[in-house]
Every structure is written in C-alpha cells, then in structure tokens.
Design a protein around this ligand. Structure first.
Ligand SMILES: [Zn+2]
Ligand SMILES: [Zn+2]
Length: 196
C-alpha cells in the first residue's frame, strides 16, 4: 500500500511538471503577466457595465501564424500569438485583447446565433471598451508570417517556429537546441500559408 501510494505521488508530480512545461512558460513571463492583467481588466470593465459576473477564461499564448488572437467560445478560452504580442505589445494589449474578450462576452450575453463581428460584438467594443469595432488588426505581420518552418525537440507536444533564415542556417550545418530540454531541433514541417 505504501509503495503504490508513493508511485502515485511521483506520477502526479510528473503530470504536473509536464503540464506546466507545455502550457505556462510564456504566461509566467512579465509580458505574459501584462497580457493576463489586461484580460482581467477587460472583464472588470464589462462587469461594471453589465452589473453581471462572467467566468474568467483560460488564457494561452500558443497561437502561430497571421492571427493575433482567437476566442474559443465553447471552451471559454482565449489564445494569443506570442510573436505578434512581443513585436506589437502596446497595440496588442490596447486592441487585440478587448477584441477577443468581446467575442467571449457576446457569446455569453447574446448566445450562439449572432454573427461574429455583428452588432452585438460591435456594441461591446464601442460601449463597454470605448474602442472602434475594427474586425482586423493593422500591425505588421510580415516577420511573424515568415516563421513558417517548424521544428520539434524532445519536449512533449512542443514545436518551434523558425524563420527561413534560421532554417537555411540549419540546412547549412548550424545547430539549434531547445532551451528547455537541451536537445537539437529536428525539422518537422513547413507551413506554406506562412511562408508563401
Ligand atoms: Zn474577431
Ligand atoms: Zn525541448
């Protein structure tokens, strides 16, 4: 009994470590903290406006490619693009975060039959957040868009997005290692939507 209890404890610790590694590295950074704080501020503003409480969403910074953010309505989850966040922090926090939060709020307030950027969403942007209801974000996506070469390492469920320049350096013999697991990056795939 004691032995099996011990094994279970180890196993649980292992699971916890794996979960932390794959989902919270960038959220624990100062930038990740500023992002989460901005999400919470948006919710506080909305609760004051509607005099109603909303369940806080899960926040992940694991989006790649051209989209700055995605609101997963059924999961009550927000996913943000780390590259675009780093390169456009001010505009990202000012516009992208409330844009995506407004999608979750519109779903909670008005249900699933509304159009994504319809009048309900626009009303939240304008009246609650006092922002223009712009459908897209205007900042430069060129650099992020070129990170379309994906590499794997020994970490579980992890991909590293690299630029064409680094991809060519690797082809020329240079080696990159993952800072977490210290293993060499191995090429896995190219995303033509990102590099084309
Ligand atoms: Zn949108
Ligand atoms: Zn790794």
């Amino acid at each position: 009994m004691v032995a099996s209890g011990f094994k279970l404890l180890i196993y649980e610790n292992f699971i916890r470590l794996v979960v932390q590694k794959s989902s919270s590295i960038s959220l624990q950074s100062e930038l990740g903290l500023r992002l989460r704080t901005r999400v919470l501020d948006c919710y506080a503003t909305a609760e004051l406006y509607y005099l109603k409480s909303f369940q806080r969403p899960e926040v992940l910074i694991n989006l790649r490619g051209r989209s700055a953010g995605v609101a997963e309505l059924q999961n009550n989850r927000l996913r943000f693009n780390a590259v675009l966040l780093k390169e456009n922090e001010t505009e990202f926090l000012a516009e992208v975060v409330p844009h995506e939060v407004a999608h979750l709020l519109a779903w909670k307030l008005f249900g699933s039959a509304i159009r994504p950027h319809g009048k309900e969403w626009q009303q939240i942007m304008q009246l609650v957040f006092q922002l223009p209801a712009a459908r897209t974000h205007s900042f430069d996506i060129k650099r992020a868009a070129k990170m379309g070469y994906f590499y794997t390492c020994a970490c579980e469920e992890r991909e590293h997005a690299l630029t064409l320049k680094k991809h060519n350096w690797i082809k020329g013999g240079r080696r990159y290692i993952c800072l977490s697991c210290k293993s060499h990056l191995r090429f896995s795939r190219v995303d033509d939507n990102l590099v084309g």
